[in-house]
Ligand binder design. Structure first.
Ligand code: NAP
Length: 247
């Protein structure tokens, strides 16, 4: 196996202890990749995700760091890169701190933009030169419908996710010559902890397909985007939202 073949088989998924990230990690492991599952604080959930992958014969490991913390990212990825050449990166870690704008604290603004945008910057920059060297790579950024059409009470979250879309498009242009694709996936309402106490019956009524999406449906799209079949897809923002916001 050449160095670049080996690189195609190792993926880092940020925020993989729960929800969409966990489903992406499970799917990529089922596709035959070795998957590094990042998480920030929920060790028990991360271990459960890891065990689920291994029970099905998948290859995976955990790597704890806060994606928005420069020192933590640098230490964790430095160690990881001494053992693996990572060719597939899914920037999935994210969080919401909702409030009506007049009441939104600067902390809530910073926490959300730091996780989504600093997280993208720090993790992607740490890994991109290995992909450039291999002349192959796949980067998928998990943004949101909120970053495309806006969302009441989520000025911070929408701004961060819209920023991630801009970063996706620009980085795709920079890296295309090296056969590295960069795409964004924009989910609508997906059944995870992030929906919290939102009234799901009310949400479903807003969705043309009349239901919430599942993390596994998002994972299927990511699986396609990191595959060889998607080699000609780059700089795109692909919605997965049951038709919500389709116009
Ligand atoms: P979730 O169930 O709340 O899971 C969030 C994951 O991100 C957890 O694994 C969490 O780790 C991790 N995380 C949060 N902050 C982190 C940080 N600073 N460093 C490292 N990991 C961090 O959320 P989800 O619904 O699966 O969302 C996943 C992604 O999809 C997010 O980017 C979200 O914005 C996006 N999205 C979700 C929806 C939806 O309807 N659910 C819709 C559109 C977009 P711990 O377990 O350690 O806390």
């Amino acid at each position: 196996m050449s160095a670049s073949d080996a690189q195609r088989r190792v993926a880092l998924v940020t925020g993989a202890s729960r929800g969409i990230g966990r489903a992406i990690a499970e799917r990529l492991a089922a596709d035959g990749l070795h998957v590094v599952l990042n998480y920030r604080s929920n060790q028990a959930a991360a271990e459960e995700a890891l065990a689920a992958i291994r029970e099905r014969g998948g290859s995976a490991e955990l790597c704890r760091f806060d994606v928005g913390d420069e020192a933590e990212v640098s230490a964790a990825l430095g160690e990881l890169k001494s053992r693996h050449r990572i060719g597939v990166l899914v920037n999935n870690a994210g969080l919401a701190r909702d409030a009506a704008f007049p009441a939104m604290s600067l902390d809530a603004w910073r926490e959300v933009t730091r996780t989504t945008l600093d997280g993208f910057f720090l993790v992607t920059q740490a890994l991109v030169m290995d992909m450039v060297g291999a002349r192959w790579g796949r980067i998928v950024n998990i943004t949101s419908l909120a970053g495309q059409i806006g969302s009441r009470g989520q000025v911070n979250y929408s701004a961060a996710k819209a920023g991630l879309i801009g970063a996706t498009r620009s980085l795709a242009l920079e890296l295309a010559k090296r056969k590295i694709t960069v795409n964004a996936v924009a989910p609508g309402f997906i059944e995870t902890d992030m929906l919290g106490a939102l009234p799901t019956d009310e949400l479903k009524k807003l969705v043309p397909l009349q239901r919430l999406g599942t993390p596994h449906e998002v994972a299927g799209l990511v699986s396609y985007l990191v595959s060889d079949a998607a080699a000609y897809v780059t700089g795109q923002v692909i919605g997965i939202n049951g038709g919500l916001g389709a116009g």
